[in-house]
Write a protein that binds this ligand. Structure first.
Ligand code: G6P
Length: 368
């Protein structure tokens, strides 16, 4: 397998731009685009029968799992217990052996994630692994393996693995909803059709937002702190945005649930700290707009990442608005990941950091 950067300055950039292709490849293993149905997922994990699901992972994979929790609960009415693996493994969580557990890991070797897996196994749960590396320890020790087909990821900050994890989790949540009778055939087909459209839209976004991202990144590179806000599945995405930015640009960033703004971070708002709001025009949009008003009223500078419908609906005075195509709710986290990743990437490039090998971080953390 030849791995080079092609025409890109960094592996991270190459991996961001590879997403339409790899995600389409990944989806092809989980859905049938001819009849817009999900493919049968696993003979070992029977989503129709499990009373609950446990999910655990670290870093970016954990944030993918958090988006997955929203999907499994909403579409499959399946309660999800989720935690970062370093907590999960020690919490002495009461688990029922009839349940299943999902472990998400790009490398398949993260020590805490593996320990959480073994804990669940000892308690008799069926184990599923959402991994990029099928020969990994986590894959080997699992009952069912759900590969993400992202191809080798070299940049320490995860990008394409994240969106491929999301795509696989989306397909699994739809499959679970089907198995449990909580989504209809028509809903399944509508969601799969949206997923099928996604790679083309991702390509469109990647080809069009570069100039705006460049401009915003120059602004961000002058800042000491950045706050990211979102509701629903945009909340884990806000945390992912903050994680990416701090990892590679070393700018302090926090991701918060927009509704928690009042309970703390609002104290930090001033003209020096940009507030990046991730808000597709979904059922939370109006709530998030009122949070933005609270920010604006305190002189905060807002960078709004929304979609066409959101841009048309908002009359708010923002420092800048990035407009993405309007998509189905289940697709939004993948599409909105792109500006979030590119903002971190270009900010780091402006600051001259070692983008692919940020200080103190490792691609795979195999020690506790
Ligand atoms: C490290 C990497 C992250 C990654 C995390 C989990 O911290 O720098 O990018 O999200 O480990 O890794 P895994 O291989 O388990 O997904």
């Amino acid at each position: 397998y030849m791995i080079d950067k092609g025409n890109h300055r960094h592996f991270m950039e190459k991996e961001i731009y590879e997403q339409p292709e790899v995600i389409s490849h990944a989806l092809g293993h989980y859905v049938n685009f001819i009849d817009n149905r999900v493919l049968p997922v696993s003979e070992v994990i029977d989503f129709a029968e499990v009373p609950s699901l446990a999910i655990s992972a670290c870093g970016t994979a954990y944030l993918a799992g958090l988006v997955g929790k929203y999907w499994f609960e909403r579409y499959a009415r399946l309660p999800v217990e989720i935690d970062v693996a370093s907590e999960f493994r020690y919490r002495e969580i009461p688990l029922t052996p009839q349940s299943a557990a999902l472990f998400i890991s790009q490398s398949g070797e993260t020590a805490d994630t593996l320990a959480s897996l073994r804990y669940c196994k000892e308690h008799g749960l069926k184990i599923g692994a959402v991994v990029n590396t099928r020969e990994s320890t986590i894959a080997r020790e699992s009952d069912a393996v759900f590969p993400i087909f992202a191809g080798p990821e070299i940049g320490v900050a995860s990008t394409k693995a994240f969106t491929c994890q999301l795509a696989v989790l989306a397909a699994l949540a739809i499959a679970a909803g089907k198995a449990r009778g909580t989504i209809s055939d028509a809903e399944e087909q509508a969601m799969v059709r949206s997923l099928a459209e996604m790679p083309r839209l991702m390509g469109q976004v990647l080809n069009s937002i570069q100039p705006k991202i460049e401009f915003l990144s120059r602004e961000l590179s002058k800042c000491r702190d950045v706050l990211y806000l979102g509701r629903g599945t945009s909340f884990p995405l806000a945390m992912e945005g903050a994680l990416k930015l701090k990892e590679i640009s070393y700018i302090h960033a926090e991701g918060y649930a927009a509704g928690e703004l009042k309970h703390g971070p609002i104290a930090l708002i001033d003209e020096n700290m940009p507030v990046i709001v991730i808000a597709p025009h979904d059922r939370f949009f109006d709530k998030t707009v009122s949070n933005m008003q609270e920010v604006a009223a305190r002189g905060g500078r807002i960078i709004l990442i929304t979609d066409e419908k959101g841009a048309a609906a908002s009359t708010l005075d923002t420092m800048h608005t990035l407009v993405l195509p309007s998509v189905d709710e289940i697709v939004a986290p993948m599409i909105f990941s792109l500006p979030v990743q590119l903002l971190a990437y270009h900010t780091a490039v402006h600051m001259g950091t070692d983008v692919d090998q940020p200080r103190n971080l490792a691609k795979s953390v195999t020690v506790e």
